[in-house]
Ligand binder design. Sequence first.
Ligand code: ADP
Ligand code: MG
Length: 694
Amino acid sequence: MDYLSAFGSKTFSDEVMREHLPDKVYRSLKDTSNLGKPLDPGIADVVAAVMKDWALGQGATHYSHWFHPLSNVSSGKHDAFLSISPDGRVMSEFSSGALVRGEPDASSFPSGGLRATFEARGYTSWDPSSPAFVRNGTLYIPTAFCAYSGESLDSKTPLLRAMQALNPQALRILRALGNTTSRQVMPTVGAEQEYFLIDREMYEARLDLKLCGCTLMGAKPPKGQELDDHYCGRIRTRVSDFMRELDERLWQLGIPSKTKHNETAPAQHEMAPIYQTVNIACDNNLLTMELMRGIAKKHGLSCLLHEKPFAGINGSGKHNNYSLSTDDGINFLSPGKNPAENKLFLLTLCALIEVADAHADLLRLSAATPGNDHRLGGYEAPPAIISMFLGEHLTDIITSIAQGIRPSLHKAQSLNTGVNVLPNLRKDSNDRNRTSPLSFTGNKFEFRMLGSSQNIAFTNVVLTTGLAGVFSRFADRLEGCKDLETEVANIVADTIQNHERIIFNGNNYAQEWMEEAQRRGLPNLRGSLNIVDAMCEQKNIDLFARHGVFTEAECRARYDVFLESFVKVVTIEAETMLQMVRRQVIPAVISYIGEVAGSLLALEATGLENPATRNHLETLNNYAQALHERCDALNDACHAQENLPNGLRQRANYFQETVRLRMSELRESCDALEVIVDDDKWPMPTYTDLLHRV
Ligand code: ADP
Ligand code: MG
């Protein structure tokens, strides 16, 4: 099969549905998935029967309600398509009930107190807007997951709710501007995914990588990314074999993987799919991450999706490219030939400027993970200050409109290399700004703060809910106005007046920007614990409640889940570090010290003096002493009951401020020893082994 005909062959695709479902059922299902109409329960029987036959034809024996609880990994139990008839015969079975509703144990997933252990019931419900697929003999049915009481315990439900909130408001804008044909507006998202590939054996030899996904110690290698020789460089055969298989598997699952290349750090790579409707993009990204891990293993590699696997080397992020599109293909952020007169474009731009400024806290929160704490603001990813890059041309257009001046016309420019045989190139109206957290890139905005391990859902919930709110107010103004042109200009002027501070076209890594941002009153919240409280701020609870995206209880639950998980992640890292140091590093160091001491004695017995070796021995011994002391300090920090505060919030702060500090002190001693201890004795692969041995 060629790659084009294999595309989507493992998904219950539009083509399969059109071919096998009765026309009426097909159209009804499409109205639900494409236009957000309520699902007609009457069609579930037919869909289940057709889906089962298709899945059996793909070799599936099981089905699974696939959902994304708040733990950040996807879940689902697997049931066989199997029943026994009254006369004892075995049959394949898949009822409409089994398609539409599942019942996992809700108390076994993070619920932030929404569910106690004894209140176990939870439900998954079929999301017909995201295609089912077959993988490893199981039919996966994308579902949403909620508690018995109806509260969402997953990442998908709020996203679907936000999409539902946005649609009518975006349609009001379209109608006010004279559009009578579009029926549905959906966010579109393309999620670029960064990752590391390292040798599997090296990975297996390090407990920190296996348990935490990142290294907890490791001296700076002689060669890191200094030479800028990895980005888009030649792809090594082993990596390229991995990438090829990944593409093939993604294409079979209908995931339009498009771009692949080496990233900045050694052993770092990126894949980007073609954008899709946001909920599908989100499911696809989660599936992509799962596939990356599995396929890497087959190739003797290990895929690291942690935000900061190696200190001192660029970490990995995820770029969330975002726009809005109608069912008939209008992109709200397409500037067209004359953006200054493109009302839909100007309004969407203004709406996003307002969202970025008014909800900067929530956007920042959406990129908060314990791993991303090590990455944001480290001159390798955007700083923790939210700002927006529009580029000079667009900034000029909206500031001119706001001042009632005619924007200067932008002439398409071409680029001449000075070489006759090379064609002149058409230049984009803007340069790029790689340092901005939220950057306009031609016909979409790119949010660059997300960490590579994250589920993209919450970022898109924030953008989409925010837009629903702003569009609703813009629509009120447009629907009641006398002159559209003037009202759009007024909206632009108001946006500039109230939110101009969020626009910044310069270098986000520069120290001057930190100072300038402070003057503008833009917060710089580096650690995730500095921003997590935003989830429970009244203005944000009100925003989400107003649009039916989260109830107050759901907001509080997510807040608790975040804090609990923060404490657990740091605890696991600290425990892992203690084990590695006590059971691997200290024994290796002691044994090496013994050898050096023995050699020195032998040397001195011959009457020779060797003060340098004696110094070396002393240095080793001092570090070894510090290693012991710092281990004890970290152990105390984690275990001495009198140290541990009671409340969850206080405990999280304590882990951030004290436990992480003890960890970095211990790391310092380890890393200092790594570079002076016998290579043969060092008990784990070094950064050079990990980064340069694929
Ligand atoms: P870049 O702008 O980063 O150089 P691309 O043009 O390939 O690269 O876009 C990056 C991502 O943005 C891709 O996943 C692409 O499909 C996605 N993208 C392009 N147009 C849109 C859009 N209208 N809405 C959302 N994502 C989009
Ligand atoms: Mg990009």
